[in-house]
Design a protein around this ligand. Structure first.
Ligand code: UD1
Length: 344
């Protein structure tokens, strides 16, 4: 075994894909998840792919006593990957206290307990949302942080600052902050994937649900942006590529290879694709139509953003190279699997 890793939020979308990659790379995994936005069956999917069922603790990371018990019962945790967080932008505007409590409370508890239990490093899930509307694309890690437009976005900015402050105070820990662009797709086995609660807020789950007929039609939020086809541009990254970056980041911390105690990396492909391009690519690759109509802009949307992933490419030796059509096919395969299983 290479080491024991605690994955908070490990039954969630990005968490579950990362657990698979960690296990396949030889790490032992302990998951904690309160199942607020995921399902216990995800463990079966992970086991079917890797042959190993990770240790699972149902619990809330905002409760420090629960975490303490976890560390006592699972001694020798070397690193943490922290996915446990609420992530719906709109909901965060309605329920700011929930978002600040969940997202910041979890991080504070983990940072407090790490030195006590000898945990060396923490990988933190941040977001390109910290850049706001970029002055120029592709965007590097040096670009200015813009004022957050939602409590969700603010929790990511504050979390990054909390990590920096704690390390600066002399805490003997390391951290790698990963700023994700737009993760999409599902594991090639179609054993795990994204399963949002209720009506999807994010683009790709809505596309696949509209394509299979669970939703009547996709609303494309705006075609009057200053982009070639008028729809917004994002950097869509395959979730399995993203998951692999966490394994690389963890190894880097555990092997003391970092250039400093806190490192920040953009995780994106370096290519922007528009919402309409994505729909076209999906239709061409899968041969399935996505019923859609153009509607007005969604408040708070960024016009265009894509990553300069050079630092992650060169320093981590990691690249997101799965083509967009392959990624979209995986999202479709997962949607079809959910249908087979009668989930939706
Ligand atoms: C949003 C958040 C981001 C967060 C991510 C996680 C903002 C500005 N960004 O990303 O911080 O990390 O969610 O969930 O809020 N679209 C449609 N129709 C739909 C859904 C989406 O046209 O039904 C369009 C959006 O207008 C956008 C693009 O698709 O242009 C991507 O949207 P989405 O998947 O929600 O991601 P972001 O808004 O980029």
């Amino acid at each position: 075994m290479k080491g024991k890793i605690l994955v908070t939020g490990g039954t969630g979308y990005i968490g579950s894909h990362t657990v698979v990659e960690l296990q396949q790379a030889g790490y032992e995994v302990v998951i904690i998840d309160n199942l607020s936005n995921s399902n216990i069956d995800v463990l079966d999917g992970i086991e079917r792919i890797t042959g190993v069922r990770p240790v699972f603790v149902k619990g809330d990371c905002t409760d420090i006593a629960t975490l303490r018990r976890l560390f006592e019962e699972n001694p020798g945790i070397d690193g943490i990957i922290n996915f446990a967080a609420s992530k719906a932008v709109n909901e965060s505007v309605q329920k700011p206290i929930l978002y600040y409590r969940n997202n910041l409370g979890t991080l504070l508890n983990l940072l407090e307990l790490m030195p006590e239990y000898g945990v060396k490093g923490i990988v933190f899930s941040s977001s390109c949302t910290v850049y706001g509307e970029p002055d120029a694309n592709p965007i590097t890690e040096e670009a200015p942080i813009k004022k957050a437009t939602s409590p969700y976005g603010n929790t990511k900015q504050i979390s990054e600052e909390i990590i920096q402050d704690v390390v600066r105070s002399g805490s003997p820990i390391k951290s790698i902050i990963l700023r994700y662009f737009n993760p999409i797709g599902a594991h090639p086995s179609a054993e795990i994937g994204e399963l949002p609660n209720g009506v999807p807020q994010n683009l790709v789950p809505f596309i696949t649900q509209a394509a299979i007929g669970v939703r009547k039609e996709l609303s494309v939020f705006g075609d009057d942006y200053n982009t070639p086809d008028g729809s917004c541009i994002r950097d869509f990254i395959y979730v399995v590529d993203l998951a692999k970056a966490h394994v690389t980041a963890m190894a880097r911390m555990l092997e003391d290879k970092g250039e400093g105690p806190v490192e920040i990396f953009n995780l994106g492909t370096g290519r922007g694709a528009s919402v309409l391009e994505l729909i076209n690519t999906f239709e061409q690759k899968t041969g399935v139509k996505v019923p859609h109509k153009i509607v007005g802009r969604r408040e708070g949307d960024i016009e265009k953003i894509w990553a300069n992933p050079k630092r992650a490419n060169e320093v981590l030796g990691w690249t997101a190279d799965t083509p967009l059509d392959v990624t979209l096919q995986s999202a479709w395969d997962w949607q079809c699997r959910l249908r087979e299983r009668g989930v939706m």
